[in-house]
Design a protein around this ligand. Structure first.
Ligand code: ADP
Ligand code: ASP
Ligand code: MG
Length: 406
């Protein structure tokens, strides 16, 4: 007997037919003698619908109230899924995040899980129940409902798997595994049988929304056996995340291409070249809990520099407001926000032992007439900023140039 955590995303619980399919799958596992914990998302489109409703009644919504509203999507699907499982003669019980006791910090809309109380759910598991747990939500010390950020149900599932020491955490979605790149953009993208934890971490942090970044971080920290599969297929091995560092000579140089369309570029123009300036700019932004991504300081002339970084497009206006308020203190000439950029990244552990990846990337893009505005590299990835409108053709050209379709 194994303990399996199965997470079903929005399209996998989109309607009663899909929820019945989830219940059928759960039954198959229970019939084979496994203990099952199910984690579900809201029905697809539901979280967006709730966000729209919020924006229609308040232009600067109180994050506490937003989380109260956003968490309702998952509350509907846990109840429905538990009922569908019961209909098949199996004991099932739904749990909201706070009923489980998923304790988070109080950073509404992007809360982090601090602890999971397993006492209640362990008891129910021992008594033969299938547990159906709401993804994406928890509660802080005061009992306020919190949400874990978009795609947060992945993190709930992996965290529950870690807390219960599950044998496997299966993430069911609308594709049958992790691909060399988003199959919606490159039709002949290839499914990977496995991907290293490090590569998956990069892919997720660089924009591949198939797994939320924090879920991968959790998986690495607790060495959770993590597999991504399709809820639309009966069988299929999907993609497993591996932890061993057993690289062979024939490792592909590039494993995948990740991209993020939600990136916005911020430039603080002509600031004095003095010690502490980066901290003066980024400190107040971090204080507002805004994540800063690519950071580049361009050496200018006359002792003046340009300082450029990226943030999520949803946080561009807030960032610009903060900087405008400090403009004089910084001695900056101009603050510019550009939401029309996208970040594209090549990822692969094979890059460690190969040179020339960057030059091949730049040559391919130059042949496509695509302009690169910003570049950043690390041991296993190269990221660039380009115009949003050239993103799809850039991804397609690079996918081909690096033989990812072979
Ligand atoms: P869910 O609602 O099940 O959580 P998501 O929409 O969050 O599903 O994630 C699945 C989607 O991720 C796929 O439909 C696909 O378009 C996208 N995706 C992006 N990059 C990749 C990749 N490298 N491999 C597979 N899917 C990817
Ligand atoms: N329902 C939430 C979202 O749409 C969480 C999730 O699906 O993982 O982002
Ligand atoms: Mg998702």
């Amino acid at each position: 007997m194994s303990l399996i955590v199965q997470k079903f995303g929005g399209t996998s619980v989109a309607n009663s037919e899909r929820i019945n399919a989830v219940a059928d799958r759960v039954k198959k596992y229970v019939d084979n003698g496994h203990q099952v914990v199910v984690v579900v998302s809201a029905m697809s489109g539901e979280t967006n619908k709730l966000l729209k409703l919020i924006s229609e009644v308040n232009s600067k919504p109180d994050p506490r109230e937003s989380d109260v509203i956003l968490s309702t999507g998952e509350q509907v699907t846990i109840g429905l899924t538990a009922l569908a499982i019961q209909e098949r003669g199996i004991k099932a019980k739904s749990y909201t995040g706070s009923q489980v006791k998923i304790l988070t910090d109080n950073a509404h809309s992007k809360a982090r899980i601090i602890n999971i109380g397993t006492e209640n759910i362990q008891k129910d598991l021992n008594n033969g129940f299938v547990l159906v747990i709401a993804g994406f939500q928890g509660a802080d010390e005061q009992g306020n409902i919190t949400t874990l950020g978009r795609g947060g149900s992945d993190t709930t599932a992996v965290a529950i798997a870690a807390a219960l020491n599950a044998d496997e955490c299966q993430i069911y979605t609308d594709v049958d595994g992790i691909y060399t790149t988003d199959p919606r953009v490159v039709k002949n993208a290839k499914r990977l049988k496995s991907i290293t934890f490090e590569e998956m971490l990069e892919m997720a942090s660089l924009g591949s929304k198939v797994l939320q970044l924090r879920s991968v971080e959790f998986a690495g920290k607790y060495k959770v056996n993590l597999r991504v599969l399709s809820s639309f297929e009966e069988e299929g091995e999907g993609t497993i995340i591996t932890y061993e560092e057993d690289h062979k000579m024939e490792d592909p140089i590039i494993s995948g291409i990740a991209f993020n369309r939600d990136e916005a570029k911020v430039t603080v123009e002509s600031i004095p070249d003095t010690p502490g300036i980066a901290y003066q700019i980024l400190g107040p932004i971090a204080d507002q809990n805004i994540d800063v991504d690519m950071i580049i300081q361009n050496i200018g002339h006359d002792g003046l520099n340009d300082f450029t970084f990226t943030v999520n497009t949803t946080e561009l206006n807030k960032t610009l407001d903060i900087l405008e308020a400090m403009k004089e203190k910084l001695g900056a000439k101009k603050i510019i926000g550009d939401p029309k950029v996208a970040k594209l990244s090549l990822v692969g552990v094979g890059m460690r032992s190969h040179v020339g990846v960057a030059s091949k990337m730049f040559r391919t893009l130059s042949e496509e007439g695509i302009n690169i505005s910003t570049i950043s590299t690390s041991e296993i990835k190269i990221s660039i900023l380009i115009e949003k409108e050239s993103l799809d053709s850039a991804v397609q050209a690079l996918h081909k140039a690096f033989n990812l379709d072979q």
